[in-house]
Design a protein around this ligand. Sequence first.
Ligand code: WTA
Length: 653
Amino acid sequence: MTEQSPALDNLLTESRTFPPSEAFSAQANATADFYAEADADREAFWAKQAERLHWETKWSQVLDWTNAPVAKWFVGGKLNVAYNCVDRHVDSGHGDQVAIHWVGEPGDSRDITYAQLKDDVSRAANALESLGLEAGDRVAIQMPMVPEAIVAMLACARIGVLHSVVFGGFSPTALRSRVDDQAARIVITTDGQYRRGKAAPMKVNVDEALEGAESVEKVIVVRRTGEEVPITEGRDIWWHELVDGQSAEHTPQAFDSEHPLFILYTSGTTGKPKGILHTSGGYLTQAAYTHHNVFDHKAGEDVYWCTADIGWITGHTYIVYGPLANRTTQVVYEGTPNTPHEGRHWEIVQQHKVSIYYTAPTLIRTFMKWGNEIPQKYDLSSLRVLGSVGEPINPEAWIWYRENIGANSAPIVDTWWQTETGGIMISPLPGVTATKPGSAQKALPGISAKVVDDQGVEVGKGGGGYLVLDKPWPGMLRGIWGDEQRFRETYWSRFADQGFYFAGDGAKYDADGDVWLLGRVDDVMNVSGHRISTTEVESALVSHPTVAEAAVVGATDPTTGQGIVAFVILRGNAVDGGDEAVQELRNHVAKEIGPIAKPRQILVVQELPKTRSGKIMRRLLRDVAENRQVGDVTTLADSSVMDLISSGLKSGK
Ligand code: WTA
């Protein structure tokens, strides 16, 4: 069963509940009868949600599951995703409404209305078409949080081209493997990016990544920091030279509901990232439905802010597609939360009167560390809904969030979902659910989730096991790019008899039957809400000439949720594992994958604990990394190994 880390145990003793206020419930988008309505006829419920969108041609069938596990939603329907996110709000008379209050890290800002966004997206779509891009082609985007990143994504969507956004912090090697995997024809980037008050290069990393990349024809460069960048003649084009002169008229074409919308790479249990494929109609339906109900969003009234980066799924669904489909006015912030000071987020909330704020537990814990007095300096009274995503939120952080940011009244929605699910799956509904600190509680109306045991049998109240999704949902992934076998194996083989989707998370029901998420049960770590596979970091380590073998574990970390701890055996000829060698290895991992994968700690050891079949027992290493009594060693091939590791560490060897 689940190897639970002790820090999660306290989740299960938490018993406080916070019922919604009458005033909130009276105005809430969601009502309690949604659950019964969806249970009575799931497909009719989802068809009703799809009516939020503009369909050029209506679907003839809501769900076709005959080719499971590849679903078809809204079969025969046709729509244009970008039209739905932009043009139709202008057509309905809201062109002057601000879509994006963009806040640059150095203090510059831009307000972009829906009418302007429509012009920008149309110009960019014309530009991409002028380069010969056609529906079905792939464009990779590695950019910081500038408006052009969102414009680029929507321009791709508008012409039926798949975008694949690669987080700005990923290394050239990581970018390259993603570009190659999807055979991207175009890469869009910026000259540089602002990070903690300084301009850092971006384009030069892209250049390094693309050396010899055969699929890439053009690199489009947005000017952001103004630093000088090398330009490869014939390949590189400035965004402003390509886009600004284009016509602001572009007729959106309707695409099939199942037309692919994007690929987003995420870590799996092997070293190679998986290109998660999402399509159009079902994905957008779930994005819009969840954003409307989970955040209680009111178009034209709320100011919404999701602090994610567009390099992650949260940025895709809850910055770009969901909010824009719902005609949201939102804040998009470019920089880090403590630049130039630790009150930056609250200053922005105060300035723009943000009413819905969606962030990650790791940031909440960081705010706690910085001190209560920081948010107290600002007027946060505009906030009325708070969200959390990315990892289990511990009750302490939940309560702190409620008291210090939500004035003890704003409902907190702890939203569980994944890159693969496309949108939120398990969450309280504000105005409906009495919330519990640390629990995501209930599958949303229209969604079905269960906690099951090893055999796939649902556990009872108070029981724990694996989280599965037992019925198809509109935003579900349609595959792994170019690897159908892996798609079936990863998600659908564990409970093949039952046909359940295996999420990879451990979970538990409490006495009321509410769901508590307990973290990953596979070799995926969750560091500051980012998924990183242990194997990926291990491969990076062993690619260094001094390393013979490596084992990586995620150890509980008070701020980042988990921290990466690596155990390495050095090669015989390597110099001793002193500080310098360890530092070199940490940097090597950052170079191979990106700074987010840098191990918190690297321990040089003589041996690794292995079973007789040669499998590394990470559980034991986690005990060491978390300074715990080492657990049961009876399945080890050589049970003295753990003594050797522990004593070696104590003597500093
Ligand atoms: C974890 C992020 C507990 C979980 C949207 C999942 C959570 C993985 C929560 C997906 C939550 C996400 N409570 N755990 N509210 N939200 N997770 O693909 O382990 O980056 O499997 O998607 O994050 O991470 P991903």
